[in-house]
Design a protein around this ligand. Structure first.
Ligand SMILES: N[C@@H](CCC(=O)N[C@@H](CS)C(=O)NCC(=O)O)C(=O)O
Length: 295
């Protein structure tokens, strides 16, 4: 049993699950996480433990930490295979999952589903997701997860560090509401199949589709901007570390930019986007960095 020395000198058992939950994303060490370690030694550094000096972890404690953190590792399914993400470089919903996986240090294999060619509509793919949309995450043993938010919340549960939701329940609800505004209010109206329907079934030309897209983006982004415009100080949507809100925001902004939507009216969103894109988990998972990207 390892005991932590509190500021007032009291001793408390060290709960490594809680410790890992409070891991600050800035200290997240992706390479350590690749080994299942989740950067836990940087988490524990600077804290005081019974019988040892601050910042000087005993081999025993380090080992215990790594062992505990290893239980969070979900790179591999029960059969020892890497998880498989069905993705497409331009799919913003898939990008959300790519970001979340990268933030957690989880590296699945990728299988490309070219939605522009209708590969999501094959009977084989619809077995994995009857709705015929990506992303889908194959976690093994015939289990496929769909809906980016459900996938990311699953990931959050099995791989809690670094956390993508704040600790405070009302704040958690605000962050979720922000992500849901993207997932349920903005993105579905601008999805490929909706735009295809406008064109093919309703005879709307490109200009009319653009009008549709711009209208719903403007309405959605205005609401998101006002949801966080009181945040004058912290770089990300809801604080000093990226959350679910940033994971959903960044791909949506990129999508809006691709459709040439004016974005100057959303300075707080753009600031959060810039902060997120400083991080490799956002930058390296971007559409243009994907092997299937069309140049
Ligand atoms: N709400 C779903 C949306 C998934 C979705 O619409 N994916 C798009 C790509 S971003 C897709 O597969 N579209 C195919 C189509 O519209 O036919 C999620 O968050 O996972």
């Amino acid at each position: 049993m390892v005991r932590e020395i509190g500021e007032d000198g009291t001793l408390a058992p060290l709960d490594l699950t809680t410790a890992a939950l409070s891991l600050d994303a800035r200290y997240f060490d992706a390479s350590a996480a690749a080994e299942g370690a989740v950067g836990i030694s940087s988490l524990l550094a600077g804290r005081r433990f019974e019988g040892q000096k601050s910042g000087n972890l005993s081999a025993g404690l380090r080992e215990a930490a790594f062992e505990r953190a290893g239980q969070f590792s979900c790179h591999k399914n029960a059969g020892g295979e890497l998880m498989l993400l069905y993705t497409y470089f331009r799919s913003s919903a898939s990008w959300r999952v790519r970001i979340a996986l990268a933030l957690k240090g989880v590296t699945p294999r990728h299988e490309v589903i070219r939605t522009v060619d209708g590969e999501q509509n094959t009977a084989e793919f619809r077995q994995k997701n009857p709705l015929g949309v990506i992303p889908v995450l194959d976690i093994g043993e015939g289990r496929w997860l769909n809906q980016s938010l459900a996938i990311i919340e699953w990931l959050e549960e099995v791989h809690p560090a670094p956390p993508l939701l704040p600790v405070d329940p009302p704040e958690r609800a605000r962050v979720r509401a922000f992500a849901l505004a993207v997932a349920c209010e903005i993105h579905p109206l601008n999805n490929l199949r909706v735009l295809n329907f406008l064109e093919q079934m309703m005879g709307q030309d490109e200009q009319q589709q653009r009008l549709w897209y711009h209208h719903w983006i403007k309405q959605g982004l205005e609401a998101l901007e006002s949801a966080i415009q009181n945040n004058k100080r912290s770089p990300f949507c809801f604080g000093d570390v990226p959350s679910l809100a940033d994971v959903f925001l960044v791909p949506q902004i990129a999508n809006a930019r691709r459709w040439k939507c004016p974005l100057e009216a959303y300075p707080t969103l753009l600031r959060a986007e810039a902060a997120a894109l400083e991080l490799p988990a956002f930058r390296e998972t971007a559409p243009e960095k994907q092997p299937d990207a069309i140049t």
